[in-house]
Design a binder for this molecule. Structure first.
Ligand SMILES: [Zn+2]
Length: 431
């Protein structure tokens, strides 16, 4: 009797689910979400993001102009000679050269950084920083760049000298090792210099996140909240670190502006990065790109030195005075490699998206968050535009995927999904 009742109940649930599934049209639901960001908000988000395409080009052009100035004025040559003379030891001269060169590039690049990171961010209401906050943060970054960069430059140039013709392979190898080391120490020693990281407040939301983490083999003490509101109103979370230091961090804006379901959807995504080992695979993929970059420098550097070297007073690849040229060539390579590097990251992001849907089972929460990210990322790019410029799936791609996932779940009678939000207005996070 009881068993029979259960069978009838299950059949009813199945029928309700199926009916719901038949009613649900993924495309209509996707469009309803996209329509929640329209008019001025949409235009502003498109303009901000597409302006960024040009800035990537401008950044490289300005870097090339600065390198040209430092070489053509013989600043690099004179600096090397002066360092070798006054510091006497070659190792000290390399580190001294690197420190002063970094300062010079920062000063010459200041107007562009000011426009890009401060003026423009404020013009689009994306920054919460005062000028003093911004400058302080930049000075911290500069100091760290010199503290970590100078010893790296020393190791790098020592290898260039010893390895000779195969320098580019050894150089790529040591750079990858250094990147891995930075990734390993950054959550513990570097990120806390810029933001406060604290354990999440106790409550049902935390309990659900910890349950998701636990179920997927992620230790609970690897989840933190940090004060992104200090920098901007952006909704954000990330996975940082490598091997033993890997951790998930949620920005406080996400907690204040997102519903519980939205937070769970984002955490499902971040758990995906963690569980799928994206920090590790990223190191390997970027290592290969870097190897190609150094091969490009190995090919082009001697050609430039043959024509301009005498004029600039620089010699082989192991001459520290050639550092501006080495970095200029590398920045040209990385500009052209942008579609490749973006696609490496975007592919991981799409994997984490699916993982997050499977774990959090909140397709509407995830779609709503995808709309919130429209404050700084164009929602509907063309296919090539997405391949070239997007390091995350577009808002359109994310919502379409969530709704397709939801349709599939409903078609097999799922009854545990989060409630639909669209077409209720979802506000843009621009304040
Ligand atoms: Zn991600």
């Amino acid at each position: 009797m009881f068993a029979r009742f259960i069978i009838i109940a299950l059949a009813l649930v199945g029928a309700v689910g199926a009916a719901h599934g038949a009613d649900f049209d993924a495309q209509t639901a996707t469009q309803a979400y996209l329509d929640t960001v329209s008019g001025e908000a949409r235009e502003r988000s498109d303009a901000y993001f597409m302006g960024g395409y040009w800035l990537q080009l401008v950044d490289v052009i300005v870097a090339l102009v600065i390198a040209f100035i430092l070489l053509q004025s013989r600043f690099a040559k004179k600096l090397r000679d002066k360092m070798l003379k006054s510091l006497r030891w070659r190792w000290a001269a390399i580190m001294g050269f690197f420190a002063i060169y970094t300062l010079a590039v920062t000063v010459l690049g200041f107007p562009l950084s000011y426009y890009e990171e401060f003026m423009r961010e404020h013009a689009y209401n994306l920054s919460n920083q005062s000028f003093m906050d911004w400058i302080t943060e930049n000075l911290k970054g500069l100091a760290l760049g010199i503290i970590f960069g100078a010893p790296f430059a020393l190791i790098f140039y020592t290898i260039l000298r010893v390895a000779k013709r195969s320098w580019w392979m050894w150089g790529a190898g040591v750079s990858i090792f250094f990147l891995a080391l930075m990734l390993f120490i950054s959550p513990v020693y570097i990120a806390p210099i810029f933001n406060d990281y604290t354990p999440m407040e106790e409550g049902p939301l935390k309990a659900r996140i910890l349950a998701m983490a636990d179920a997927n083999g992620v230790p609970a003490d690897n989840i933190y909240v940090f004060d992104t509101s200090r920098q901007s109103g952006r909704v954000t979370a990330n996975v940082s670190g490598l091997l033993g230091t890997t951790r998930i961090s949620l920005g406080d804006n996400l907690l204040t502006e997102g519903t519980d379901k939205e937070v769970e959807a984002v955490m499902g995504h971040e758990l995906g990065h963690y569980v799928l080992g994206h920090s590790q695979s990223m190191m390997i993929n970027f290592g290969l790109v870097l190897l190609a970059g150094f091969a490009f420098v190995n090919f082009t550097y001697p050609m430039v030195v043959r024509t301009m070297g005498k004029n600039w007073g620089i010699e082989g690849i192991d001459d520290i005075a050639g550092l501006p040229l080495l970095l200029a060539l590398l920045s040209v390579f990385f500009l052209f490699a942008t579609p490749v590097t973006n696609t490496i990251i975007r592919t991981n992001e799409a994997q984490a998206d699916i993982f997050g849907l499977n774990v959090a089972r909140a397709p509407d929460g995830f779609a709503a968050i995808a709309m919130k990210l429209a404050s700084y990322r164009k929602l509907e790019p063309g296919p090539w535009e997405e391949i070239i410029f997007y390091d995350h799936p577009s808002g359109y791609a994310r919502v379409a995927m969530s709704m397709r996932w939801k349709a599939a779940q409903l078609s097999i009678g799922a009854t545990d999904l989060d409630p639909a939000i669209a077409p209720l207005a979802v506000s843009n996070t621009d304040e």
